[in-house]
Design a protein around this ligand. Structure first.
Ligand code: LLP
Length: 388
């Protein structure tokens, strides 16, 4: 729930905008850092979830590294002040230009996703007279039991090197003079709420680690990716259970002395700390449906249109005004010329009026970063809790 002071302040701000609760972000980051500390786990924040510079500065200050998937993200991380030696660069399609830029910035590690990429990276590093540190991303074929569009670790997914190609991969590594192999990397999917999935991942990581060690490779890094989910239905249960999450890895992962365990969390760190704040433009009461037409749409928050993702929707102007039993069912839609531009169907809300302020909750991850200019919309703005 938003505090009343927020709602009255929102009234005077032009909508739509992303509202960042920087105190909540701080609390979430600190809770995560405290939960990881006893195990000396390393966190690299996945910039793809949100690369807003204000958010990034807070994350950098807590001491986390950066997990990037483009040279743009690598450069953003450096600009914001992340230590180059705490930046990893993943991605199934790194271009030569991007690899060169990352080599120039002497980042910590490239998470390599194909044998061909190993050869290209080796060649580009050689041209610069550099040695690039690499981790091999392995596709472990572990089902993340999440939405099929955000599952990444199954045989049918494009990510990582398949287990049957690993011998060819180690041969290539041995022959690559400008690469230093430091570890193995996994990421099985996003918005994972069933933590048992991570036990299965640990079993697979242990098997792969043993395979590499049998072949005489020393693994400095075990990178288990990210994916920890948040509670979209109860955004007020704000901070994910980092303690239980890390405990699983401590219990089920075989960690050798001197080995570092790396995590790449995105959504769990930033998801709950922002809401999309938007105003009702029109109410349309039809024969079959009642519509609330908002001034934000799929161009500002694409997840519902793209994945039928659920985000809790609250009419802040009317909440607590009438008894909770007096509700109307609305399809809550945006202004974009697409039928999928809908934040929720048959959503129970208090009777709503033109000018009411709505909050679309849990929008801190994969929200602002996935905004588009479709319909030549204005760029979405951000407002921070410390400003108002
Ligand atoms: N590491 C790798 C290699 C990844 O591909 C991802 C996310 C992460 C880390 C961070 O995952 P997280 O902790 O945030 O779950 N746009 C989708 C999510 C796509 C996730 C892509 N990869 C959504 O809105 O649900």
């Amino acid at each position: 729930m938003f505090a009343d002071k927020d709602i009255s302040k929102f009234n005077n701000i032009e909508t739509p905008f992303y509202y960042y609760d920087t105190d909540l972000l701080q609390k979430t980051l600190q809770t995560c850092a405290d939960a990881a500390a006893p195990y000396q786990f390393h966190i690299h924040y996945a910039l793809k979830a949100n690369f807003n510079p204000v958010v990034l500065k807070q994350i950098k200050e807590i001491g986390f590294g950066a997990d990037c998937v483009s040279a743009g993200e690598v450069k953003r991380a450096v600009e914001v002040g992340f230590d180059n030696k705490k930046i990893v660069f993943a991605g199934v399609g790194k271009s030569d230009k991007e690899i060169n830029e990352a080599l120039d910035l002497d980042i910590f590690c490239f998470n390599v996703e194909s044998i061909q990429e190993l050869a290209v990276l080796n060649e580009l590093a050689a041209k610069k007279g550099k040695t690039a540190q690499v981790a091999i991303r392995i596709n472990p074929n572990v089902d993340a039991h999440t939405h099929h569009n955000i599952t990444t670790g199954l045989d049918e997914n494009k990510f990582g090197i398949n287990s049957w190609d690993l011998t060819e991969c180690t041969d290539a590594l041995k022959a690559s003079e400008n690469l230093k192999f430091i570890g193995i990397h996994f990421h099985i999917g996003s918005q994972i709420t069933n933590l048992d999935v991570y036990k299965n991942l640990c079993v697979r990581v242990n098997e792969f680690a043993a395979w590499f060690e049998d072949k005489g490779f020393k693994l400095q890094v075990l990178n288990v990716g990210g994916g920890l989910g948040i509670d979209y239905h109860n955004p007020d249960h704000q901070i994910p259970d980092f303690g239980s999450y890390f405990k699983i890895f401590n219990e089920f992962l075989t960690i050798k002395p001197g080995q570092e365990v790396h995590f790449e969390l995105g959504r769990a760190l930033v998801g709950q700390s922002a809401s999309l704040i938007t105003r009702v433009l029109y109410i349309k009461n039809g024969k079959k449906k009642n519509f609330v037409v908002l001034d934000a749409g799929m161009t500002e928050l694409m997840r519902p249109a793209l994945y039928q993702a659920y985000h809790k929707i609250e009419n802040l102007s009317q909440s607590g005004v009438r008894p909770e039993s007096e509700v109307v069912k609305y399809d809550i839609v945006g202004p974009i010329c697409e039928s999928t531009d809908c934040f929720g169907k048959e959503v129970e809300q208090p009777e709503s009026f033109r000018g009411d302020i709505f909050a679309i909750r849990s929008a801190g991850a994969y929200g602002e970063v996935m905004a588009s200019k479709y319909n030549l919309r204005d760029a979405i703005r951000s407002v921070y809790s410390y400003e108002i």
